[in-house]
Design a protein around this ligand. Structure first.
Ligand SMILES: Nc1ncnc2c1ncn2[C@@H]1O[C@H](COP(=O)(O)OP(=O)(O)OP(=O)(O)O)[C@@H](O)[C@H]1O
Ligand SMILES: [Mg+2]
Length: 277
């Protein structure tokens, strides 16, 4: 089977970590209304790792990503990037959300050039890098179109170009393809795999799709029902296989079955929690 359990906090991984999550927990609200989204968790992400996070709805995945993005403070512990504690958003971390989150009044090119402009890059230079990024995601000829003139899949690609244009070291993706149909999703997954191989970025990618995780990841964590502990962690090798039909192999099916089994238990617990709430 091409996934194997791994200790993501081993001494070697701690030594080589690009991004370290240390005793990080999050509780929203206080008193009787307090909701513990994350118990203290520890996790090391290495340079160039593609970490996929799967877990039942409401288990704290977005909470974890938002803390790493610097949008929210943790309740305890810390997220550390290259030895520096994360306290706010930064251009070295690019974020892509589930829905495009594009500016409707700007063209595709202007949307992508917005970040560099906001960082003080001169207009001509910002437009040139924006155009390059649009070409990277296969939308070079759509630069002058407005978001409403693009399909959902194209808008997600613009979102990825917008994150990549700042040349971030880390990409943080919160279910970026959740709203897409299966065919578009599979094509974009191949594109993301190519971009990741070309750029060597460190990626944290949340998904509800186990196939997507197995296709893209070098590492996968399965989270428990809220509060989301790390229930299992794997090293995965399918992303090294150039065959786009790797999903049809017996090894892939076996890996999928293992993760589905873990997730099913947790989803049932999550459902019960919702019913009792
Ligand atoms: N700003 C907030 N204030 C209060 N509670 C919150 C807030 N954000 C999230 N929560 C709660 O924290 C828990 C975890 O939420 P989170 O969005 O991280 O889950 P998730 O794993 O991303 O779920 P999904 O798969 O549905 O996106 C949920 O119970 C949610 O209701
Ligand atoms: Mg979420």
């Amino acid at each position: 089977m091409s996934i194997e359990p791994i200790d993501l906090n081993s001494p070697e991984r701690r030594r080589d970590a690009k991004l370290m999550i240390e005793g990080l927990s999050k509780t929203y609200g206080g008193g009787a209304d307090a909701v513990q989204a994350l118990p203290p968790i520890d996790l090391c992400i290495g340079l160039g790792d593609f970490l996929c996070v799967v877990g039942p709805s409401g288990c704290g995945k977005s909470t974890l990503l938002n803390i790493v993005a610097g949008f929210e403070p943790p309740t305890s512990g810390r997220a550390v990037l290259d030895g520096r504690v994360i306290t706010r958003p930064g251009a070295e971390r690019g974020v892509v959300f589930q829905q495009g989150a594009l500016f409707n009044w700007l063209t595709t090119l202007e949307n992508v050039a917005f970040g560099p402009r906001a960082r003080g890059i001169p207009a001509a230079e910002a437009r040139t890098s924006a155009q390059e990024m649009l070409e990277m995601v296969g939308l070079g000829s759509f630069a002058q179109k407005y978001p409403y003139q693009l399909s959902g899949g194209m808008q997600q690609r613009v979102g990825i170009a917008r994150a990549l244009v700042n040349n971030p070291e880390v990409l943080l993706m919160d279910e970026p393809f959740a709203a897409l149909d299966q065919q578009t999703r599979e094509l974009l997954q191949e594109e993301v795999r190519r971009i990741w191989q070309e750029t060597g970025k460190t990626v944290m990618w949340i998904t509800h799709s186990i196939e997507e995780a197995l296709f893209l990841a070098t590492h996968i964590i399965v989270m428990s029902a809220r509060p989301g502990r790390i229930k299992a962690a794997y090293r995965s090798h399918f992303s090294e296989n150039p065959d786009p039909l790797v999903g049809a192999t017996a090894e892939f099916t076996a890996a999928r079955r293992e993760i589905v089994g873990l997730l099913r238990e947790e989803s049932q617990k999550a459902r019960l929690q919702e019913e009792l709430a």
